[in-house]
Design a protein around this ligand. Structure first.
Ligand code: NDP
Length: 606
C-alpha cells in the first residue's frame, strides 16, 4: 500500500466562518430527503436471510418454564455488567436472554475485518480490574473485546443460566404474583422477580432502500454478518485471500466502513467505496500497551480512576491530568481552552457557544487538511472532506482509511450526497454509470430512529396493562434513565436521562449495573416484593432534565444521519433524549450518593 505521512501539524489558514457555514448548509440540503428513516429496509421476509448468524450453529433445547430472580434481555455489555454486579451482591440466578449465539452484543455480531473500539480500551472494556485482564492495545480489536465478554460470562457464572439464540417476544407484569412473565421465540415461558433491559442502541441491522436491491445476482452481506467463508481471512485480520480476484463494492462510509476499508483495499482486485456523506477521520495513534507500564498503574481502583478521569476530561470537568489523551479528550480540551481564553465577564452561554463553534471550525479544518495531505489524488481528497460540524455525525479516527485510497485498485465512488441510484443484477449504478461487481458489502448501519417496540421486538406490559409504548408515547420518561413508573421491578440499562455520556457508553452501563444491583439487594434484604419509582419522582427528574442545554449532537442544521433523525423534524419526545443537566461527572457523583445513602429516594419498596 502506498502510504503518505501524517500532515505535520494543523494548518493555520484563515477561517471564513460565513463561507464554511454556507457550505455546511448547502451540503446538508443536498442530502435532505422526505422519507427520513423510511428510506431504509427492515430485514424481514425476502431480506431476513441477511440476519442469519454466520458465527455459531443453532442448538435445539427444551423451552424454559422455571423461575429466576433476575432476567436480563440482551447479552452485551449492559447485561454482562449488570449480571456481574448482581452476582457480587449475592443474586446468583441471573438469566441473560440473548439473540446471538454467545455473549458480546455488538461485539458478537461485528466481526468485520479491522473492527476495534474507538474509545480507549482502558476505559471502554468493562470490568478489566475485576477480571485481571490487561488490554493489549490502546484501542483493542474486536476479538479481544469479545473474549473479555466471554471472560466476564465465565467468571460470574453467567453462562449456566443464559439462553442464546433466543429472542424475547413478550414481557408482562403479573400483579398478583409480583413477577414478570417472559415469553420467547423458542417457546420459553418463565418468570422472574426482576427484569433488566439492555438491548443496546444499534443492534438491528438495516439496508439502504435502493431500487433493485433484491435483483443482484452476485454475493452480498451486511457488515455485522461478515461472510469469511466468502472473503477468506478471519476477524483477527488474516488476509482475505479469496478476494484477490474479486471486484467488491462497500456501500456506506460510516465508522464501520472506515475500519473495514483498509483491509478490503489490501485484499480485493478492485474495491469500490461508495460514499454518500464522508466521515470526519482524525488521527488514531493506536499502540500496544506495555505490560511494565500497566503493572505500574494497575493499583487497586485503577479502572474507576481512569473512567472518572476520562469522563471529567470529556464532559466539561476540570481534571488537570488527562490519562487517556486521545481524539475525544482533545476535542473537549480545545473547547475548554477556548472558553478559558474568554475574559471571565464574557463566560456567558452565548459567548461560550461561540467559542465552542470556533473550536469546531478549527478542528474540522484540520480534519479536511488531513484528507488533503494524505490522499494523493486531488479530486478524491476533495471528495473525502467532511463539510459539517464534528458532532453532526459520529467522529471517526483511523490511520489507514484515507491512506487506503492511495492503493491501486481502490476507487472512491462519490454519489454527491444522493446515494446509490439502483442495484442491478450485475452491480450498482451511480450517476447513470453501472459498476459491475462480484460482491456488495452493506456498511449501512443499524436502526436508530425507529420505534423502541420495533427495535426491541416486544412491548413491555406493566401494571394494569399499561404498555411501555403508551407510557412513552410522548417521549421517554424515567428516573435516572433506569426506572419507569408503572413498570415495577424493571430496570433499563442505557445512557439517556442519566449521564448520557456518548464518548464512553460502557461507563454509563457499569454505573447503572451497580445502581441496579444495590436496589435489588435492598429489596431482597428487606423482604420486599416490589420496587417502583413514584409518578412524582419521575416527573421531577424529567423536569430537571429539561432545565439543561439540550442536545449538543446532531442539531437540525446538521447533515442528515441517525444523530438528527435523518434530518426530519424530531418527534415531541426528542427533547427528552438528554442527560443530567450538570453533566456526566456530576451525574456519577450524584448517583453514587443516591444509591449509597440507602434511602433510594423516589422509589417505593413494598
Ligand atoms: P452508519 O449508519 O454510521 O453508516 C451507514 C453508511 O451508509 C453511511 O455512510 C450512509 O451515508 C450510508 N448509506 C446509507 N444509505 C445509503 C445509500 N442509499 N447509498 C449510499 N450510501 C448509503 O453505520 P456504521 O455501521 O458505519 O456505524 C454505526 C454506528 O456504530 C457508528 O456511528 C458508531 O456509533 C458505531 N460503531 C462504532 C465503532 C467503534 O466504536 N469502534 C465501529 C463501528 C461502528 P449517510 O452518512 O449519507 O447517511
Amino acid at each position: 500500500m502506498t502510504t503518505t505521512t501524517e500532515p505535520p501539524s494543523a494548518e493555520t489558514r484563515p477561517i471564513d466562518k460565513q463561507a464554511l457555514l454556507a457550505r455546511y448548509i448547502a451540503e446538508r440540503d443536498k442530502r435532505l430527503r422526505a422519507d427520513g428513516n423510511a428510506q431504509y429496509l427492515e430485514l424481514k421476509g425476502q431480506l431476513a436471510h441477511y440476519l442469519d448468524d454466520p458465527y455459531t450453529p443453532f442448538v435445539e433445547r427444551a423451552p424454559k418454564t422455571d423461575h429466576v430472580t433476575f432476567a436480563f434481555v440482551g447479552g452485551g455489555f449492559a447485561g454482562l455488567v449488570t449480571g456481574a454486579r448482581l452476582v457480587e451482591a449475592g443474586v446468583t440466578d441471573v438469566r441473560i436472554v440473548e439473540k446471538g449465539g454467545d455473549f458480546g452484543g455488538t461485539w458478537y455480531w461485528n466481526r468485520y475485518p479491522g473492527a476495534q473500539c474507538d474509545t480507549a480500551s482502558m476505559v471502554y472494556m468493562p470490568l478489566l480490574e475485576e477480571t485481571g485482564h490487561m488490554p493489549t492495545e490502546k484501542y483493542a480489536h474486536a476479538p479481544e473485546i469479545l473474549a473479555q465478554c466471554q471472560r466476564i460470562g465465565r467468571q460470574y457464572g453467567l453462562y449456566e443460566n443464559a439462553l442464546f439464540h433466543t429472542e424475547v417476544e413478550d414481557l408482562s407484569w403479573d400483579e398478583p404474583n409480583a413477577r414478570w412473565v417472559i415469553q420467547t421465540n423458542r417457546g420459553d415461558r418463565f418468570t422472574a422477580s426482576f427484569i433488566g433491559l439492555g438491548t443496546g442502541p444499534l443492534h438491528v441491522a438495516k439496508l439502504p432502500g435502493i431500487p433493485g436491491i433484491s435483483s443482484f445476482k452476485g454475493h452480498s452481506f451486511h457488515t455485522s454478518r461478515w461472510d469469511y467463508a466468502y472473503t477468506g481471512g478471519d476477524p483477527s485480520g488474516a488476509p482475505m485471500t479469496r478476494l484477490a480476484d474479486k471486484r467488491v463494492a462497500i456501500i456506506g462510509t460510516g465508522a464501520t466502513s472506515v475500519q473495514a476499508v483498509p483491509h478490503l483495499a489490501r485484499a480485493c482486485k478492485e474495491l469500490y467505496v461508495v460514499q454518500r456523506t464522508p466521515s470526519s477521520v482524525d488521527v488514531r495513534a493506536n499502540a500496544p500497551i506495555d505490560p511494565d507500564w500497566f503493572a505500574g498503574i494497575a493499583t487497586p481502583g485503577w479502572q474507576r480512576r481512569w473512567l472518572e478521569n476520562f469522563t471529567a476530561n470529556q464532559a466539561g470537568g476540570t481534571a488537570e491530568e488527562d490519562l487517556v489523551q486521545d481524539g475525544w479528550t482533545d476535542l473537549s480540551r480545545r473547547i475548554r481552552s477556548k472558553i478559558m481564553q474568554l475574559p471571565p465577564e464574557d463566560r456567558v452561554p452565548q459567548k461560550m457557544l461561540a467559542a465552542y463553534e470556533d473550536s469546531d471550525f478549527e478542528k474540522m479544518e484540520e480534519i479536511r487538511a488531513r484528507a488533503e495531505a494524505i490522499v494523493t489524488d486531488r479530486e478524491t481528497a476533495e471528495k473525502l472532506k467532511a463539510w459539517y460540524r464534528q458532532l453532526c455525525k459520529r467522529p471517526c479516527f483511523h490511520d489507514a482509511y484515507l491512506q487506503a485510497f492511495n492503493t491501486p485498485g481502490t476507487h472512491l465512488i462519490d454519489t454527491d450526497g444522493q446515494g446509490v441510484e439502483k442495484i442491478t443484477e450485475k452491480g450498482f449504478v451511480v450517476a447513470g454509470v453501472e459498476y459491475e461487481v462480484d460482491c456488495i458489502i452493506y456498511a449501512s448501519g443499524f436502526e436508530v430512529g425507529t420505534e423502541y417496540k420495533r427495535r426491541a421486538g416486544f412491548d413491555l406490559t406493566g401494571r394494569d396493562g399499561l404498555k411501555l409504548s403508551q407510557a412513552w408515547a410522548e417521549g421517554m420518561k424515567t428516573k435516572h434513565g433506569i426506572h419507569v413508573h408503572g413498570f415495577p421491578n424493571a430496570f433499563f440499562v442505557q445512557p439517556t436521562q442519566g449521564a448520557n455520556l456518548i464518548s464512553n457508553v460502557p461507563h454509563n452501563l457499569t454505573e447503572s449495573g451497580r445502581t441496579i444491583a444495590m436496589t435489588v439487594k435492598h429489596a431482597l434484604d428487606g423482604g420486599y416484593r416490589q420496587v417502583e419509582v413514584t409518578e412524582e419522582a419521575q416527573a421531577a427528574w424529567v423536569a430537571l432534565l429539561l432545565t439543561g442545554m439540550g442536545r449538543m449532537m446532531g442539531a437540525p442544521d446538521c447533515t442528515p444521519g441517525y444523530y438528527n433523525n435523518e434530518g426530519q423534524t424530531p418527534g415531541p419526545g426528542a427533547q427528552l433524549n438528554v442527560g443530567y443537566p450538570a453533566g456526566a461527572t456530576a451525574f456519577f457523583t450524584y448517583i453514587d450518593a443516591w444509591r449509597s445513602s440507602g434511602e433510594f429516594e423516589g422509589l417505593v419498596f413494598s
